[in-house]
Design a protein around this ligand. Structure first.
Ligand SMILES: [Zn+2]
Length: 111
């Protein structure tokens, strides 16, 4: 386990890498994977400027119990830095969405 003070930075780097990979994959198949739900003017924690920050829904993939699980996740998107951020509330909601998707997937396998 990473020490607590490093954990947040690690998450941000991880999300940044994921965005780069997703941009590449989805540009190849020509699908827009990010859907804007709304935008809010606030202090953006990515670029540390106040601007309209988009709340976006996107297709995400995580490994859970050794299985690749695809689900819809919510992120904040900074169009200045072209980067995504997951707030604590979003981390919780995204983790629930991922586990729900896993349960559905697991249920199908038992059929
Ligand atoms: Zn920003």
């Amino acid at each position: 386990m990473l020490p607590e003070h490093l954990k947040f930075d690690y998450d941000i780097i991880y999300i940044r890498i994921k965005k780069v990979v997703f941009d590449l994959v989805f540009s190849i198949i020509g699908v827009d994977y990010m859907k804007k739900l709304k935008s809010e003017k606030k202090l953006c924690l990515i670029c540390m400027e106040e601007h309209e920050v988009d709340i976006v829904e996107m297709i995400d993939t995580e490994i859970f119990k050794g299985e690749e699980v695809t689900f819809k996740a919510i992120y904040e998107y900074c169009n200045v830095g072209d980067e995504l951020l997951e707030t604590e509330e979003m981390i919780r909601a995204n983790s629930l969405a991922m586990k729900d998707a896993y349960k559905i997937m697991d249920g199908y396998k038992k059929l």
